[in-house]
Ligand binder design. Structure first.
Ligand SMILES: Cc1cc2nc3c(=O)[nH]c(=O)nc-3n(C[C@H](O)[C@H](O)[C@H](O)COP(=O)(O)OP(=O)(O)OC[C@H]3O[C@@H](n4cnc5c(N)ncnc54)[C@H](O)[C@@H]3O)c2cc1C
Length: 578
């Protein structure tokens, strides 16, 4: 087996080199924020031939971009709000991502829409889904997912025996798509780095460089070493999601556009707790609740409440969890209890501040603005349309650069691991034989790494003990933890357990049972001594304990106070505008 050449790694040496290179030259642009939007901007810019750096204060995707419903969708409820342009744009992106850009990471997923009103509801929902399906066709692409179909109650119950017979009268099934959100961000960043972008995590922007009014770069603190660098850039892009206003303040001035946060909580339960072959979508008073198949689990959510507390670690309270359980239990014949909940996560929607007080009605559309010369801000939107947001932001950058910049070409750039994926998928039996792994493992690896699977298999070839599953989280191989550190930018235990894998929400022990083994595996590539291994496990344990306790609290304030009690393994610096 030969290692696939060419895709950039995000290991520790590459991080140091990226920071050095960013400090050594004047870049065309530097991006603040390593969520999906910042990652998309870095890739868009690099593939237009611009020199670009990206700085992320924490781990890649550690903000909202690892805490979503993980759907690539048009959003049925935006259709109900008659926002056809938004839905069309998102569905065209869905088709592109599924079929060209990331077929290894984005997958179709079916949803059952149970009908509860006799008479008007079936034609109403049916008409909506005819439109939803037809808006999904885009130039040169099919929709990428099957069309919807109407079902009687009996047929719906055959697909989803978990539903309580008396809770609905019939159903419609339709298709959308899903993605591992954190993995997707990291893959966009690896692709951007392959095209020449310099990217670094745990690198916080603490101030700006100015020439008079004009922004000419940023000051960045390497949070791992404490060193500060000056990164000069002709344009700076603020892609910091719910931190947008902080960056705006750092540059001075309030700006005209504000971003506020709305919290959404999801629960994870084992697959066997809900007997169904399909996802389910339920109407709630304010919005919708999804029951989404997720490997050997279900993800159930979400809530939508205003949040003004800590933005790095939004806490889920007992009330949030009860809300989700209560709504899903309305349709289940065997209700879920808190004991069924393996994992809980909360995320913050970056909503553009509007007139309405209802967060669920605030705009999901994005804005790009030029608040100060040299600075572009991009905010709002949703995960599904990140590529469009990135394109618009780089168009604004190009305008500020005053030079001819080619148009965006990311609609033709497959992400790392996409090229060759289909052929490898078709050859998975052969791959299983040659590697000695079960074909189910090969499928799991292909759906996470695509054609970069070779790199993981090489690690196993060099050290066959890495072919074993982690004891306590046997969906994942030991090699995947090593690979997270060597190739995927994981710098701490939490990065590997919460984002490169999802062990922290997919197990009842929330990762505690594998923490030591995983930390030992990361120690080699990251140069940790015994003390550091101990420290990593200790910090991870404190985080999980604080999260569990916060989920017992009734209110947001109580939950937040307890969650904040867990220390950060790499503390964030106090910004320093001068
Ligand atoms: C509950 C929930 C469910 C959702 N479900 C879906 C869905 O199913 N489908 C969909 O399309 N969308 C969904 N969304 C929306 C989507 O997740 C977000 O729109 C998207 O992830 C926002 O990405 P972002 O890059 O703007 O922000 P983020 O991912 O938050 O990235 C911003 C980054 O900036 C970094 N940063 C902040 N300050 C600094 C600094 N000073 N220096 C360096 N870095 C800094 C932060 O650490 C952070 O990583 C959902 C959102 C939520 C909350």
């Amino acid at each position: 087996m030969t290692a696939r050449m060419g895709t950039a790694r995000l290991g520790p040496a590459e991080r140091s080199a990226a920071l050095e290179q960013m400090a050594a030259q004047e870049l065309d642009l530097v991006v603040i924020g390593g969520g999906i939007v910042g990652a998309g901007v870095a890739l868009d810019a690099a593939t237009r031939g611009l020199s670009v750096g990206l700085l992320e204060a924490r781990d890649y995707a550690s903000g909202t971009s690892s805490r979503s419903s993980k759907l690539i969708h048009g959003g049925l409820r935006y259709l109900e709000q008659l926002n056809f342009d938004l839905v069309r744009e998102a569905l065209q992106e869905r088709a592109l991502l599924l079929q060209r850009i990331a077929p290894h990471l984005v997958r179709p997923v079916p949803f059952l829409f149970p009908l509860t009103h006799l008479g008007w509801e079936r034609p109403y929902v049916g008409a909506g889904l005819v439109m939803y399906d037809s808006l999904g066709f885009s130039f040169g692409f099919t929709r990428g997912v099957p069309g919807h179909r109407h079902l009687s109650r009996t047929r719906a119950l055959r697909l989803a025996p978990a539903l309580r017979r008396t809770s609905f009268s019939g159903a419609v099934q339709y298709w959308d798509a899903q993605v591992d959100d954190a993995r997707y961000v990291m893959t966009v960043l690896r692709t951007a780095a392959t095209y020449g972008a310099h990217v670094a995590s745990r690198a916080q922007v603490v101030g700006f460089l100015r020439e008079g009014e004009r922004v000419t770069g940023v000051r960045v603190r390497d949070l791992e070493t404490g060193a500060e660098h000056r990164v000069r850039a002709r344009q700076v892009v603020n892609a910091t999601g719910v931190w947008t206003d902080d960056i705006q303040e750092l540059v001075g001035g309030r700006g005209q556009i504000h971003v506020r946060a709305s919290k959404g909580v999801h629960l994870v339960v084992p697959r066997d707790r809900i007997h169904s072959l399909t996802g389910i979508i339920l109407r709630t008073e304010k919005s919708v609740l999804f029951v989404i198949p997720w490997g050997r689990h279900w993800i159930i959510g979400t809530t939508d409440t205003r949040w003004n507390l800590d933005r790095a670690h939004p806490a889920a309270s007992r009330s949030d969890i009860d809300y989700v359980l209560e709504h899903v239990n309305r349709v289940l014949s065997v209700p879920l209890t808190r004991d069924d909940v393996e994992g809980v996560y909360a995320g913050l929607r970056p909503l553009l501040a509007g007139e309405s007080e209802e967060t669920s009605k605030l705009s999901r559309e994005h804005v790009v603005a030029h608040p100060v010369p040299g600075l572009v801000m991009v905010a709002g939107g949703k995960y599904t349309t990140y590529r469009v947001m990135a394109r618009d932001a780089v168009d604004a950058v190009a305008h500020g650069l005053d030079q001819r910049v080619p148009p965006s070409c990311t609609d033709r750039i497959p992400l790392a691991g996409a090229e060759g994926y289909q052929a490898l998928w078709n050859s998975r039996q052969r791959l299983a034989q040659s590697s000695g792994l079960h074909v189910a493992r090969i499928e799991h690896l292909l759906q996470r790494y695509g054609s970069m699977i070779d790199e993981v298999l090489v690690l196993i070839e060099q050290d066959p003990s890495l072919a074993r599953p982690l004891s306590g989280a046997d969906d994942y191989l030991r090699a995947e933890i090593v690979y997270a550190a060597t190739h995927e930018g994981a710098r701490h235990l939490n990065d590997a357990l919460a984002r490169r894998t999802h062990i922290s929400i997919e197990t009842f022990h929330r990762g505690l049972a594998v923490a030591e083994e995983a930390a030992e595996l990361m120690a080699g590539p990251l140069g940790w001594d015994g003390e550091q291994v101990k420290r990593e496990v200790e910090y991870y344990t404190k985080r999980i304990e604080a999260e569990r306790l916060s989920q017992e609290q009734d209110t947001d304030h109580e939950a937040d106070a307890i969650r904040l009690g867990a220390p950060e393994i790499v503390p964030i610096a106090t910004p320093d505008p001068v």
